[in-house]
Ligand binder design. Structure first.
Ligand code: URA
Length: 219
């Protein structure tokens, strides 16, 4: 792990920003390649993740690994994290106050890892990192440029593997969306980055991306 990321991980291990701290076995910070170009962001640790301290080690994780292998990658090539670092009791949905308390951990991770492609798994990660309310059924498989952790990133929403586990049709869609990842990774660094600098004379203002960054608390 890069020193800065390892240091940040150590800092978060005692986090008590929200009530989930009381019931967790441990903080599930994230795992994988600290210099990954591709980062996955899920929802929150479940039972097995809470026990082992590693994200996506249960059934959903097995599917994620199978999908990764299908595009020639393994867990050690990518970085995997969640919106919440602690398990919600009974695997219930993350609550808005928990997301608010925890989100800066995720933004800091993204800032330190500097991925070029962030694949959000399911609704919670997609809504948080896109800053938009559109649900995963509408936006899965549609890449968008966002500024995260001060860097231009391609955000790529995917169905959550846990949701796809027992729904073959959704699993097929997830596999088809996954199949586009190599192409997205191979794309040139892209025009979105230019939107961080002020527009040249005569160029229109590019408010939306900056406004979105501000909205995400990045500036
Ligand atoms: N589901 C998630 O969203 N994250 C995990 O780590 C495991 C299951």
């Amino acid at each position: 792990m890069s020193t800065a990321l390892a240091d940040y991980r150590d800092e978060t291990l005692g986090c008590t920003r929200c009530p989930l701290a009381a019931a967790r076995t441990q903080v599930v910070f994230g795992s994988g390649n600290p210099n990954a170009e591709l980062m996955f962001v899920g929802e929150a640790p479940g039972f097995h993740e809470d026990q082992q301290g590693i994200p996506f080690v249960g059934q959903a994780g097995k599917l994620l690994e199978k999908l990764l292998n299908g595009i020639g990658l393994s867990r050690t090539d990518v970085y995997i994290a969640n919106v919440l670092k602690c398990r919600p009791p009974g695997n219930r949905d993350p609550q808005p106050d928990e997301i608010e308390a925890c989100e800066s951990h995720l933004f800091r991770q993204i800032e330190l890892i500097r991925p070029v492609l962030v694949a959000t798994l399911g609704n919670f990660a997609t809504k948080l990192l896109s800053g938009k309310p559109a649900g995963i059924t509408r936006v899965h498989g549609v890449e968008q440029q966002v500024v995260l952790g001060g860097n231009c990133v391609t955000l790529y929403p995917l169905f959550h593997p846990a949701a796809a586990l027992y729904t073959p049709s959704m699993q097929n869609v997830l596999a088809a969306d996954f199949a586009r990842i190599p192409e997205l990774l191979a794309r040139e660094e892209d025009s979105c980055c230019q939107q961080l600098s002020p527009p040249a004379a005569g160029e229109p203002e590019r408010e939306p991306v900056l406004a979105q960054a501000v909205q995400l608390g990045l500036f």
